[in-house]
Design a protein around this ligand. Structure first.
Ligand code: FE2
Ligand code: FE2
Length: 220
């Protein structure tokens, strides 16, 4: 497989993924996929020993089954189903090597590591970290407000109110998402590069929510 052939196939696959995610909600749409791909390339530049093509293709396909998960109201796990659904997408674009397909499939299965399916190989860890990076920093703040707005939550609340609120309630603010999940993301990164990029993004995110609390309190 020469580079030109890979690039042509990649562009074809990219257009199929964009089409499949056309109706996906803003937090997990094709733009999210594009940013995860960029994050993967940032990590690939500094981590040696990874397979660039496996990582790029897995990043492109990692959330392919989001529409199916949404349609099933969460009864289908997009990582588990996506690991299977990715194969016909790869086949259609000429990525027919079964060993390669299997590695990509495992990256997709393990990108949503929550207790089980821990990423094991460097390729899997890079896709996982690239996805996590998109949930923090300036983009993470934007996504958190986007999600809160979509579900009808308030703009902001206090730490006490946020922590006493239920998911999907009016108190499920961007701040609650930060307190419950986002501030813990840097500690979950699996590569050295992922950790250093996450530290920069987390520091900006911490400053943002500190400033938001100060402004809302009326003291500045
Ligand atoms: Fe995902
Ligand atoms: Fe994702």
């Amino acid at each position: 497989m020469d580079d030109k052939t890979y690039t042509e196939k990649f562009v074809h696959l990219s257009s199929l993924v964009e089409e499949h995610l056309e109706s996906a909600p803003g937090c997990h749409d094709f733009e999210h996929v594009t940013r995860v791909l960029q994050n993967s390339r940032l990590i690939l530049e500094r981590e040696s020993g990874a397979d660039v093509r496996i990582v790029e293709l897995a990043a492109l396909l990692h959330d392919i089954a989001r529409p199916e998960e949404l349609a099933a109201n969460g009864a289908i796990c997009h990582a588990e189903y996506g690991a299977k659904l990715a194969i016909p997408f790869l086949e259609k674009c000429g990525f027919t090597d079964t060993a390669m397909q299997k590695e990509i499939s495992l990256c997709i299965l393990r990108h949503r590591y929550r207790g089980q399916n821990r990423p094991e190989t460097l390729n899997e860890k890079i896709v996982y970290d690239a996805d996590k990076l998109d949930s923090i920093g300036a983009v993470g703040i934007g996504r958190a407000f986007h999600f809160a707005g979509r579900t009808g939550a308030k703009l902001h609340n206090t730490e006490k109110e946020a922590l006493a609120s239920e998911a999907y309630s009016s108190g499920d603010t961007a701040y609650r998402e930060y307190l419950v999940k986002l501030r813990n993301v840097p500690g979950k990164m699996l590569t050295e590069t992922g950790r250093s990029l996450a530290a920069i993004r987390a520091s900006f995110m911490d400053d943002f929510f500190k400033a938001l609390n100060t402004e809302v309190s009326g003291t500045r």
